[in-house]
Design a protein around this ligand. Structure first.
Ligand code: SF4
Length: 216
């Protein structure tokens, strides 16, 4: 068995690879866009695909080019596979959206800085929305947060898999710092109590919501 190049996933043709550079909250600035277009042109990458988690997948490059592509991009691979904290789906929030009640981009950036890539019993996805309209789908994420005028609401245990699960309400009215603190506790409780491969929603179903809340 050959080892895939760094941060690359072999595609179904058995020959070419895909990579997903890490983005913070799905944000792209002009220098990053320029680097991406230069790399796509230089290596003739045939597919550039937005993923469901607001990342950008570059698909179809040769394995020998992957390390040079990372070097040209100056970016790191997103934790897109495996049992880790994945990239955080984030809406624009009150930085730009007229409906926004809280700064989802700032909170998401802090959560990503603290927890992205942390190893866990199964994958863990988060969604952060600036208001209860919930464009970043927090009710369908393992940990979801959405803003109201008085702070952050936290919901846990959602997923949008083959058998979707709506998250359970945990608490509301949290400051940014308290929300980050609670997410850290939830992740630790999950790490300490879940079986291998068990998402947070399954853990809650197994031990009960009240027991889960007591642990956090
Ligand atoms: S969730 Fe609310 S703040 Fe975020 S983009 Fe949607 S409407 Fe705007």
């Amino acid at each position: 068995m050959t080892t895939s190049p760094r941060g690359a996933v072999l595609q179904r043709d058995g020959e070419t690879y895909a990579i997903i550079p890490s983005l913070n909250g799905g944000l792209l600035d002009l220098p990053t866009l320029k680097k991406l277009t230069e790399v796509v042109e230089k290596y003739q990458i045939p597919i550039v695909k937005l993923t469901g988690a607001q990342r950008l997948a570059l698909v179809g490059m040769q394995g020998k080019d992957v390390e040079n592509i990372w070097n040209d991009l100056g970016m790191e691979p997103a934790p897109a596979v495996g049992n880790v904290v994945r990239s955080i789906q984030t809406c624009p929030g009150n930085a730009v959206c007229k409906n926004g009640k809280q700064n989802s981009l700032a909170l998401s950036s802090k959560l990503q800085e603290l927890f992205l890539g942390k190893g866990l019993p199964s994958k863990l996805k988060m969604g952060v929305s600036g208001c209860p309209i919930c464009c970043a789908e927090p009710w369908l994420r393992d940990i979801g947060l959405f803003g109201k005028s008085d702070g952050w609401t936290v919901v846990v245990g959602g997923c949008a898999a083959g058998r979707p699960r709506i998250a359970d309400f945990i608490t509301e009215g949290l400051s940014d710092d308290k929300a980050v603190e609670l997410v850290g506790k939830i992740i630790n409780v999950y790490a300490d109590n879940a079986k291998k491969g068990e998402r947070i929603g399954k853990l809650i179903d197994r031990i009960g919501l009240e027991e889960f809340k007591a642990l956090i």
